[in-house]
Design a protein around this ligand. Structure first.
Ligand code: ASP
Ligand code: MG
Length: 480
């Protein structure tokens, strides 16, 4: 069986839902379709919930009216009258339950994470009803399933963690018999069920995660993420006009790209697929015949595949006078950063062995706060702390390419020729990425030069297809 997931833009209105349903119906059965809410509806639901908690009844009314409109717009696009009537009746129930939940929040005067999840789940639930009805109206037997009965999670409302073993058991009990009966199962993305039966959510943008979780639970042959971009791109198209679709990347490459700031699959999304070795394909609903990007365990080729820039970092250097203090000082730095919840993007030790270099997320208070904090932690070592703000990390990702012995020299050569000063650089020991820290203001130029040197020069087959203008537009309009 396969899993197909459609995001909010791909189910943004009646016409888009019909197109998505046609894409799903054209795939080999058995299939599970995972849907997001209509684009924008999740934000409206959250807005309504917050307004209810703060007693802003006008805002609640506006938001719920907009939500109804969006849903009715899709329902009214269902061609078959009986299916349309059935969907409208189910929507009525969901909207009534939403009004009840909002009234409870208003009476309470506060919004708990539990209530918030119950409320936002309405968006995905409505879409599962609408999508299944659209499939049936087009002659494809289908049924919707609310995933709070299938995807088992813990009780952390708002960002619940899945329980894979229980999810597998529930998928076998709830979903498999429906597939065996020849039905397309349309499941809600984003939501799960807590041990006490409450509806949870997996965090914003969680529907991709739902797709790989269900794929893993049902031993899918493939998970397809249908979205508004034509696949993983070799660079951000807003920075690099020549950005193109990368035909195939490995799980490791995808995770490195996400880590270094590319908007691809979130690492947590890939994890269930990695665990069961399930290929993930990223495809565009705007260009359904294009091959997109295939993400698998194996790395292909010996080229660098994509370049990225991670902005908003701080470069931290620690100089330790006594060589034998180095490990102790490193431990103190890591402990302090960990205690403050600071993410480390990069860490290196210079060849003199007495200087350590870190790239970390920008923190409130910036360098002043950081220096004070670390000088206290490092007082026993008489260490010098240096700190620079407004630093970016540029990366070139590709297992074969980054592993070549001369790769880092090439990267430095390219940056040197483009007059981009390099603050620190490394060929990751993972051999998946080459990285360099550069001043934030130079990052765009660095990325362009790297893309020109490493990717534009590749033969067309290896470098993939150039996306169409409309697709680039879709990408540039996409919000985090
Ligand atoms: N509808 C949810 C959100 O907007 C989940 C998703 O789209 O993946 O965050
Ligand atoms: Mg969304």
């Amino acid at each position: 069986m396969i899993v197909l997931k459609f995001g909010g833009t791909s189910v943004g209105d009646a016409a888009r839902v019909r197109e998505a349903a046609a894409i799903a119906a054209a795939q080999l059965a058995p299939r599970v379709v995972v849907v997001s809410a209509v684009g924008g509806v999740t934000n409206l639901l959250l807005d309504a919930a917050r307004a209810a908690a703060t007693g802003q009844s006008d805002r609640v009314r506006d938001a719920t009216a907009a939500i109804r409109d969006r849903h009715l717009g899709v329902a009214n696009g269902i061609a078959d009258p009986a299916e349309r009537a059935g969907a409208l009746a189910e929507l009525d129930q969901l909207h009534a339950a939403l009004d009840d939940a909002l009234a409870e929040v208003a009476a309470e005067g506060a919004l708990s994470d539990r209530c918030s999840d119950r409320i936002v789940a309405t968006g995905e639930k409505a879409m599962s009803v609408l999508f299944a009805a659209t499939l049936r109206a087009n002659g494809s037997p289908a049924v919707h399933v609310f995933a709070d009965r299938v995807v088992a999670t813990d009780g952390r409302f708002g960002s619940a963690r899945p329980d894979r073993a229980r999810t597998r058991a529930q998928a076998a009990a709830v979903v498999q018999p429906l597939l065996d009966a020849g039905l397309t199962v349309v499941a809600t993305g984003f939501i799960g069920g807590a041990p006490d039966g409450g509806t949870t959510t997996l965090g914003r943008g969680g529907s991709d995660y739902s797709a790989t979780l269900l794929g893993a639970a049902l031993d899918a042959a493939e998970v397809q993420i249908w979205t508004d971009v034509p696949g993983v791109l070799s660079a951000d198209p807003r920075q690099v006009a020549d950005a193109r679709v990368v035909p195939q990347i490995s799980y490791d490459e995808a995770q490195e790209l996400a880590h270094f700031g590319a908007k691809v699959l979130h690492p947590r999304t890939i994890r269930p697929a990695v665990a069961r070795d399930i290929p993930v394909r990223i495809l565009s609903t705007f260009a359904p015949d294009e091959p997109g990007t295939l993400v698998t365990r194996a790395a292909v080729g010996s080229d660098l595949k994509a370049v990225t820039a991670l902005q908003g970092l701080i470069l931290l250097t620690i100089d330790v006078p006594e060589l034998e203090d180095l490990a102790g000082a490193a431990a103190a730095v890591f402990r302090a950063l960990h205690e403050d919840g600071v993410e480390i993007a990069f860490a290196a030790q210079a060849s003199s062995r007495r200087r350590m270099t870190f790239l970390i997320d920008t923190i409130t208070g910036g360098c002043r706060h950081l220096c004070e904090r670390l000088e206290t932690s490092l007082v026993d070592f008489e260490a010098g702390v240096g700190c620079t703000e407004d630093v970016a990390l540029v990366a070139a990702v590709g297992e074969g390419g980054a592993a070549q012995p001369s790769a880092l020299a090439r990267l430095l050569g390219v940056l040197n020729k483009a007059n981009v000063p390099v603050l620190a650089a490394s060929q990751q020991t993972s051999n998946v990425a080459l990285v360099a820290a550069v001043p934030a203001a130079e990052a765009a130029r660095a990325v362009l030069a790297m893309h020109d040197a490493f990717i534009k020069s590749l033969p067309t087959t290896a470098r993939g297809r150039r996306p169409r203008r409309a697709e680039l537009l879709a990408e540039s309009l996409r919000v985090g």
